[in-house]
Ligand binder design. Structure first.
Ligand SMILES: [Zn+2]
Length: 328
């Protein structure tokens, strides 16, 4: 039936009416907060391009975990900033690595019981060259080796699970890493640890501020030989299907806002729990507009998160997690 019998504005008349017919919701439990762990004590070093985001020593990260639990967040995603880096990213899979120690400290506090503690699995924060895998050099030519990188990533995942990670989340984009990680987890006596795969991670300009936060900018070249071309949606679906076949338990889409169509397509095709990562550049872009008074912070933040949920993400990794939860 058409107008005037049908008047869609009838259901927008009051806040109570709008609330009743709202299709998409944003519970604090759907938000995951990233933490960047660094060495030292009492360290809270703000990332200049990400206002409100800090490099935290483990003692400070524990306080942050308590605050996140009190806000009802769903979980944390841990990244490490080691003091020492080398060619093969040894710090990523050292039993005494920064994230391994952080996991033990956070998992020891009571508040952590309500949080899912996820450990990012990659080498780029730990390699001297800043790439996500092992670099083979031949004169001017270099290549990011796939299979030798996968072996180190699998070792990293097992080490993080042993240190207490509730979920391991590989973000490297090497081929075959999910199967290798599953096998390494099972062999390490961690058959119950799920894998959250960054299955279709795009080579994006929006990761810039993160690289400052994590000190992981590549020293040469770029990541286009392993991360995906932003133009390719069908290839993203192939990446996801392959990771599921290899044993992924959950999916993480990255970035979020410039790739909402990819999230929607993945939601339509696959039934695994799926999250999306509202990345550093999305956060920095919004914050820059907030600082200039060009956007209303609270409304724009919540609208950005709601759009990611509406596109089909069950949960969202976001630097706004605490601010959003405080409003919800
Ligand atoms: Zn990486």
């Amino acid at each position: 039936m058409d107008f005037p019998a049908t008047r869609l504005r009838r259901l927008r008349s009051t806040a109570a009416m709008r609330s009743l017919v709202r299709e998409t919701h944003l519970p604090p439990g759907a938000l995951i907060y990233p933490l960047f762990l660094c060495e030292g004590e009492g360290v809270r070093r703000e990332v200049s391009s990400m206002p409100g985001v800090f490099n935290l020593s483990i003692d400070e990260a524990v306080k942050e975990a308590e605050a996140c639990a009190a806000l009802g967040l769903g979980g944390l995603l841990l990244f490490g900033i080691p003091d020492e880096k080398d060619e093969v990213g040894s710090g990523a899979y050292a039993a005494g690595g920064i994230v391994q120690r952080g996991l033990r400290a956070i998992k020891a506090i009571r508040a952590a019981e309500s949080l899912v503690v996820i450990a990012d699995v990659c080498l780029c924060e730990y390699t001297s060259h800043g790439h996500c895998g092992v670099v083979a050099r031949d004169g001017d030519h270099y290549e990011i080796e796939n299979d030798s990188s996968v072996a180190l990533l699998a070792k990293t995942a097992a080490s993080l699970a042993e240190a207490g990670a509730d979920i391991v989340a590989p973000s490297d984009m090497m081929d075959g890493r999910i199967a290798a990680i599953r096998q390494a987890l099972d062999e390490a006596g961690k058959p119950s640890t799920p894998i959250l795969s960054y299955a279709s991670k795009f080579a994006s300009a929006f990761y810039g501020p993160f690289r400052e936060a994590a000190g992981s900018a590549p020293q040469f070249g770029d990541r286009r030989t392993y991360q995906m071309d932003g133009a390719n949606l069908r290839e993203a679906m192939r990446e996801i299907a392959q990771d599921i076949a290899e044993g992924a338990d959950m999916l993480l889409m990255k970035p979020a806002m410039p790739y909402l169509d990819v999230i929607r397509e993945a939601r339509n095709r696959f039934d695994l729990p799926m999250g999306a990562y509202q990345v550093s550049g999305e956060y920095a872009m919004l914050n820059a507009a907030f600082e200039r008074g060009w956007l209303e912070p609270e409304r724009a933040m919540l609208e950005s998160l709601l759009s990611i949920r509406r596109a089909g993400a069950d949960f969202i990794v976001t630097y706004f997690a605490k601010d959003a939860a405080a409003l919800l």
